[in-house]
Ligand binder design. Structure first.
Ligand code: DQA
Length: 145
């Protein structure tokens, strides 16, 4: 099983940006943590991070036909991007939306998610462990088939 982990804008600043909300773990230690988790479960995993909406759309499209599951934290684009929603729908690869913070309890604008409609599940407010939960959801979903 091959999983693609996509992170949107400002997630490269993890550990530096608003640590009271997003914690002290850096982006590279997040990648390492997910990599180790997937290795132990014999999964192939790839990572992509971009601050650009079009680059995120391009990477989702590139996954078509070669990826079994997507874990996506679209960052702020969660709340604005019809293009990312459409890309996820276009490739129809099972996707799980992840947010480090509890977006549903934050500002009103963060309580809206465009991408949610194209995802099989959402994990919010579990810190970076939420990415591991998302991997487990994709594994379970794959076993159903
Ligand atoms: C986030 C929540 C978003 O509202 C914010 O714009 C982010 C991170 C999260 O992981 O909690 O960049 O997706």
């Amino acid at each position: 099983m091959k999983i693609l982990v996509i992170n949107g804008p400002n997630l490269n600043m993890l550990g530096i940006r608003e640590p009271q909300i997003y914690g002290r773990e850096t982006y590279s230690s997040l990648v390492e943590k997910i990599e180790n988790y997937c290795k132990a479960k014999l999964l192939d995993v790839e990572f992509f991070q971009s601050n650009h909406e079009g680059a995120l759309v391009d990477r989702i499209q590139e996954a078509y036909g070669n990826t079994d599951g997507i874990v996506i934290n679209p960052g702020a684009y969660t709340h604005t991007s019809v293009a990312i929603l459409d890309a996820l729908k276009a490739v129809s690869i099972p996707a799980v939306e992840v947010h480090i913070s509890e977006v549903d309890k934050r500002e009103e604008f963060r309580q809206v998610s465009y991408v949610r409609a194209a995802c099989i599940a959402t994990v919010t407010g579990h810190g970076t462990d939420g990415y591991l939960e998302a991997v487990d959801i994709l594994i379970k979903n794959g076993e159903k088939k």
